[in-house]
Design a protein around this ligand. Structure first.
Ligand code: SRM
Ligand code: SF4
Length: 569
């Protein structure tokens, strides 16, 4: 087996992304020159891509695109900045500054919780970027490695104070995140004005051209699969004994994106490789990441993620190479079981007799308007709260380590600001990606359509006496699948404005990919189809039979066993 497959690929066959990384001088490019260029609000050439390694995406407001074009104005360029927050935990007192950051530096004034346990800010103008980064740094945060071809924000099962194991798992998420971070000092030099020390650049794990594609990692504590591990490249499932983590089951190669009509692209669930004892964790992480670095396809970005590498080389070869590089022998997978994926809303007590309050935030969007004061509410809670805020992989937030004494006060603030309200289980289990107006790849609406869509679906559920039932419902504005729609019981994936593919048949624990039911239909048509399916479900389901299981048992769609073949057939 070749150690580094990419060394043999002729340079002209490599993607342009590879050239950009190679010529970037460890991710510096000419970003500083662009920052000093006052003629445009955007970054040009390679820098457009390089700033992503620093956790920012250049976007423009798509609602204004046509109007500005007609006025012969540059698109309204502004950056989206994504923070790094392994495990999603942040001190409530830091939230005060996060809130201030959003008001001071962004065009929209909102904070967006993401489904990878962090938050991002939309609409930061180029001229404010350096000050913004300095403020983040002062808060003790950064946006390093939250985008592009690196290991992204590491996820960890939420609510770490529910047992001692949660705390250890969270610490592992942090350790893995730090261990796999880029070493380049480009971020500190460009954004924080730190001095360059000549000759210090090296990337012992990621290499000079970083990874072939984005890479995603989770640490998971069964029986809760709230992180949706099956969508991730590298997963550590906790195996514990007497309140101590003794090892991890390793699963690799998950991912959900595809390209409409391109049968060489497919979603895939992370697959079991074996069990390792806990002291091997970092060497196994390093082995997996470096194999993907060396074997991942750098000639075709649509075939570059770990799942394709595994398919190109075989799972067995990948496993053997991990064993070789990490100097281990995998043991057989140890028993584990998942029972749910959703967040547990409301109050629960933790191991220290403190309380945690999980709040539902529709689509993770934190804002104030005439109906709700979510941003102000969280700010007021942060003012009185000494504990943490924990962001979940379902775009919600947990106010954790609340003392008995503060419980009532926090609840009152939450209720009066619309952070606690009566909502259906259907809504609580819904999620949409950002999509319009900021996402450049959006084909159809994501978060802006979800709330209205659910209201319609709630009427249908009520009509058939199902108002208390759960259906996991997710929307993504395009087949990149950021809303993880393909792991939903009902998943919508955008095709064009107002039109979606309708997928059904995912399961409650997120271990089955949904299958296409209807292609390229309008929201109205989707509701007609769902009304029909929900009606039959209400009459013919077995006791406690979930919607996703029902539609497969009744053959509305075929179960996807091997997505490489079944997804497109
Ligand atoms: Fe994503 C690209 C938003 C989770 C698969 N994703 C994007 C971009 C950055 C668009 C772009 O490249 O210009 C979106 C920015 C929209 C905006 O205006 O904010 C975007 N992705 C998001 C977020 C914010 C969705 C959300 O509503 O929470 C999530 C940020 C997570 C984070 O904090 O890091 C987000 N993206 C996901 C997930 C779900 C997950 O990771 O659990 C997926 C599917 C899982 C997977 O990776 O297979 C996902 N996003 C993609 C892809 C397809 C990648 C691929 O393998 O082909 C792209 C496009 C790309 O990378 O080329 C993408
Ligand atoms: Fe944008 Fe598509 Fe991701 Fe939605 S799924 S945020 S539209 S890239």
């Amino acid at each position: 087996m070749k150690k580094n497959y990419n060394e043999k690929v002729p340079e002209k066959k490599l993607t342009d992304a590879e050239r950009i990384k190679k010529n970037s001088n460890y991710l510096r490019g000419t970003i500083i020159d662009d920052l000093n260029n006052e003629i445009t609000n955007g970054f040009s050439g390679d820098n457009f891509s390089l700033i992503r390694f620093h956790g920012m995406y250049q976007q423009d407001d798509r609602d204004l695109r046509l109007e500005r074009h007609e006025q012969k104005l540059e698109p309204r360029y502004a950056m989206m900045l994504r923070c790094r927050l392994p495990g999603g935990v942040i001190k409530a007192k830091k939230w005060l500054k996060i809130d201030h950051f959003a008001s001071k530096y962004t065009l929209y004034g909102t904070i967006r919780l993401t489904n990878r346990q962090t938050f991002q800010f939309h609409g930061i103008l180029k001229k404010k970027l350096k000050d913004a980064h300095k403020m983040l740094h002062d808060i003790g945060l950064d946006s390093l490695a939250t985008a592009n071809d690196v290991n992204r924000n590491v996820l960890c099962t939420s609510n770490p104070m529910e047992s001692f194991i949660h705390q250890q798992a969270y610490e592992w998420a942090q350790k893995i995140s730090s261990f796999l971070l880029p070493h380049t000092k480009a971020y500190a030099e460009i954004w924080l004005d730190q001095k360059k020390i000549v000759g210090t650049d090296k990337e012992p794990i990621l290499g000079q051209t970083y990874l072939p594609r984005k890479f995603k990692t989770t640490v998971v504590i069964p029986p809760y699969n709230d992180v949706d591990l099956y969508a991730n490249d590298m997963n550590f499932i906790v195996i514990a004994k007497n309140e101590r983590i003794i090892g991890f089951n390793i699963l690799i190669g998950g991912g959900l994106s595809f390209i409409h009509g391109n049968k060489n692209t497919w979603p895939f669930l992370a697959t079991e490789v074996g069990y390792i004892s806990v002291e091997k964790t970092l060497s196994v992480a390093k082995a997996i990441v470096t194999i993907q670095r060396d074997w991942g396809n750098r000639a075709d970005r649509a075939n570059a993620k770990t799942r394709y590498t595994i398919n190109n080389f075989s799972l067995n070869s990948f496993k053997k190479e991990i064993e070789k590089r990490a100097n281990i022998i995998f043991e057989p997978i140890r028993d584990y079981n998942f029972i749910s994926r959703g967040d547990r809303f409301g109050w629960i007590k933790d191991i220290n007799n403190n309380w945690s309050l999980t709040l539902f935030i529709q689509n993770g969007r934190i804002y104030d308007d005439k109906n709700k004061l979510l941003k102000s509410g969280l700010l007021r809670i942060a003012n009185v709260h000494d504990g943490n805020f924990r962001i979940t992989s379902n775009q919600n937030i947990i106010i954790s380590e609340v003392s008995e004494e503060h419980k009532n006060k926090i609840e009152k603030i939450a209720v009066s600001h619309g952070l606690i309200s009566k909502i259906t289980n259907l809504r609580q289990n819904s999620m949409a990606c950002v999509s319009f107006p900021t996402c450049p790849l959006a084909m159809a609406e994501g978060e802006r359509m979800l709330s209205f869509f659910i209201t319609q679906l709630e009427k249908i559920m009520l009509k058939y006496g199902l108002e208390k039932e759960i259906i996991i419902l997710r929307v993504s504005g395009c087949p990149n699948g950021c809303g993880r729609s393909l792991l939903a019981e009902i998943g919508l994936i955008g095709k064009s404005i107002g039109r979606y593919n309708l997928y059904i048949g995912g399961n409650r624990i997120g271990s089955r990919i949904a299958k296409i039911y209807k292609e390229n239909i309008t929201e109205k048509e989707i509701l007609i189809h769902l009304k029909y399916l929900i009606k039959i479900w209400s009459h013919e389901r077995k006791k406690h039979e979930a919607f996703g299981d029902f539609v497969i048992r009744k053959n509305f769609v075929k179960e996807i066993i091997n997505p490489i073949y079944d997804f497109w057939s």
